[in-house]
Design a protein around this ligand. Structure first.
Ligand code: NGQ
Ligand code: ZN
Length: 469
């Protein structure tokens, strides 16, 4: 196997660089990044600009199978207008029917789509643990293993985040019947993590923990779970949904007299291991404090738009030095470039300005956003050290995407305008030519090697699920 690639233009952590020759070792880690190089005989030559692979920092894989199936006005599931909460009722019904084979087929189809759409790693926020009756499977890790197999088969980098889910609301409200597949004691979660740790290590995956939300994990469960996690791996990533909906903020204030992000900052040692997923509704003080904690803001722009969450104040976050990345969450859209597009557009609509997420050092907004989201995504994935996924540099994984310089939206432009056109002016997936993960080429001509079989398996699983209502 040839462990090299030559690109006339590559987006390195410091910016666009001409005539780059990348080489990587047998483990898939970048060994050299030569600038002003020439291709060596036999080197593959990229068909367009080379950009780092994106980390998808928030995924509930099974939800891909209901994407598009909740886009109609329901008969007031929650007695009011359609909302996040009425969507959740529909989503739960679907989650209750899923079996392990379907979970694996849906996740494989999804992870193949992700690679074709520019993601080379995913953080899987995994909360459907038990069988349809809410009983643990004979092997308690059954559904986690299904997700790990899907990631392995697709060849996507994985951070597995088993989810702790214990209550249905603040103040210890008992879980609802629709949540029976998610519920675990803190002890059983720690046993699951202990079982999964060596398996993740063997697969090159990272294991972390996700307290689902402050609604779903009472203070004592949170404290014990975090202490138990530290005993297993004191550097493991920690993700939590927080302040996504104004109802959650109101309920948290009613319970504790504090807003959720303020409560969390006061009651947990929030630091750079943390990813605050959504964090949509913060006050000025919370923006500043949460940014200073070093936690990543896990933004999921297309899902947040789809669910009517609200708009994150990215200028406030960046002004406070906050780190951020993107995730596709409910998978209403599976496309790294499109998350960046939606994020920048939501900021333009809110601020009535243009090129909001650019900065002085990086005036091209698509370039600035790509570099920031790769860095923040790598941190959220718990994969910032050498051998990890923070961009095209020595010691990082050889995870990268080649854009198609012949695509009409890109053809004839310089590299940074090609990336801008990929994000803002193309059909986005169509401008991706090839994708490598860990030094292995997984997609060429825009297609993953498993494209057809993974799509067929996904459709079959969804059809089966929809017929078992
Ligand atoms: C989830 N999704 O865990 O899938 C949630 C819905 C909840 C988003 N927050 C469930 N977007 O929040 O209780
Ligand atoms: Zn989520």
């Amino acid at each position: 196997m040839n462990h090299a690639l030559f690109a006339a233009d590559a987006l390195l952590p410091g910016g666009w660089t001409r005539n780059v020759r990348l080489t990587w070792d047998a483990a898939g880690d970048i060994a050299h990044v030569e600038h002003d190089a020439k291709p060596v005989a036999g080197d593959p030559v990229a068909n367009g600009p080379l950009i780092p692979g994106m980390v998808n920092l928030h995924s509930h894989a099974f939800q891909r199978a209901i994407a598009g199936l909740t886009e109609f006005r329901g008969r007031s599931v929650d007695g009011q207008q359609d909302s996040f909460w009425s969507w959740r009722t529909l989503m739960y019904r679907f989650a209750l029917r899923l079996d392990p084979a379907q979970m694996e087929a849906i996740a494989l189809g999804l992870y193949v789509e992700m690679i074709e759409a520019g993601y080379t790693s995913v953080c899987e926020f995994h909360y459907v643990h038990h069988d349809a009756d809410g009983r643990p499977y004979a092997d308690d890790a059954t559904l986690a293993l299904a997700l790990m197999r899907a990631a392995h088969r697709a060849g996507i980098g994985l951070t597995l985040l088993p989810v702790l889910y214990q209550t249905s609301g603040f103040g210890g409200t008992a879980p609802g019947d629709g949540q029976r597949r998610f519920i675990r004691s803190t002890d059983s979660m720690l046993r699951l993590l202990e079982r999964l740790k060596p398996l993740c290590d063997a697969q090159g995956a990272r294991l972390g923990l996700a307290p689902h939300s402050l609604r779903a994990v009472p203070p004592e469960g949170l404290r014990q779970a975090l202490a138990g996690l530290d005993a297993i791996d004191a550097t493991a990533p920690i993700h939590i949904h927080i302040a996504e909906q104004t109802k959650e903020v109101d309920d948290c204030i009613a319970w504790s007299r504090q807003r959720p992000v303020a409560w969390l900052l006061d009651h947990a040692d929030v630091n750079a291991r943390w990813c605050l997923v959504h964090a949509t509704h913060m006050d000025t003080d919370e923006y500043a404090r949460a940014a200073r904690s070093g936690a990543v803001a896990g933004l999921c722009p297309t899902t947040e738009a789809n669910l009517g969450d609200g708009i994150f104040d990215l200028p406030a976050w960046r002004a406070a030095g906050g780190v951020w990345g993107v995730g596709s969450d409910s998978h209403i859209c599976v496309n790294a470039a499109e998350e960046l597009l939606m994020l920048e557009y939501s900021q333009r609509l809110a601020t009535r300005q243009r090129n909001v997420v650019a900065d002085r050092g990086q005036p091209h907004v698509a370039t600035a956003m790509t570099l920031a989201a790769v860095q923040g995504g790598a941190q959220a994935a718990g994969r910032l050290d050498p051998g990890c996924v923070a961009g095209l540099a020595i010691g990082q994984r050889a995870d990268f995407v080649v854009l198609d310089a012949a695509q009409p939206a890109l053809a004839g432009l310089n590299a940074e305008d090609m990336l801008s056109s990929h994000v803002f002016a193309s059909h986005r997936t169509s401008a991706i030519d090839a994708v490598w993960v860990r030094g292995e080429q997984r997609a060429s001509g825009g297609r993953h090697l498993l494209h057809d079989s993974a799509a067929a398996g996904f459709v079959a699983a969804r059809t089966q699920l929809l017929s078992t209502t």
